[in-house]
Design a protein around this ligand. Structure first.
Ligand SMILES: [Zn+2]
Length: 171
């Protein structure tokens, strides 16, 4: 399961959520022109919609079973919606064009070649989610996921300044 966590430490109260209409409008505007669109579901919370999601998961978006999800209880602004959309779209794109073996090989290749990606991916792999991925699917797969999370973070608007030598500058 691929998902993005919001910066909110707790779920927003309902009056702080962006409205479903605002979220749906952003989706239309950002991905309307794409030829291949994943199904996108806008829901109030990850709880009950995503296996394993709890009150402390703080998940703002996910790619699960071939669909993309946006969760309003972690989306307090239009910018939050955009950021989550870009993040999840990158996961969707990579999963769409690569087989699982290709995906792992390509991600590990990037891991070996770029010190800033390696650092971010190592951090992700050491996180609670990363550790769980390693115990379920093995450490190579977990590291590949860490690289994927790095790339998805870089795909978010204004994220590039976070890493030097962002790979997206070079491809
Ligand atoms: Zn992600």
């Amino acid at each position: 399961m691929l998902y993005s966590r919001s910066d909110n430490s707790v779920a927003l109260s309902v009056d702080e959520w962006v409205t479903e209409a605002v979220a749906a409008g952003e989706v239309d505007q950002r991905i309307g022109p794409f030829a291949h669109q994943p199904p996108i579901w806008i829901r109030g919370s990850a709880i009950g919609n995503l296996p394993g999601a709890t009150a402390t998961s703080n998940i703002s978006g996910a790619v699960h079973d071939g669909a993309m999800y946006l969760f309003l209880d972690q989306l307090g602004s239009r910018a939050d919606v955009q950021r989550t959309l870009f993040h999840e779209l990158l996961h969707c794109g990579l999963r769409h064009i690569l087989s699982l073996d290709q995906f792992v090989a390509q991600m590990l290749n990037l891991y070996e070649r770029d010190a800033s990606i390696k650092a971010f991916a190592d951090e992700w792999a050491a996180s609670e989610v990363g550790q769980r991925a390693a115990s379920l699917h093995g450490s190579e797969c977990a590291l590949a996921r860490g690289v994927d999370e790095t790339l998805a973070s870089l795909a978010e608007p204004n994220a590039r300044k976070c890493l030097k030598n962002a790979p997206l500058d070079r491809v």
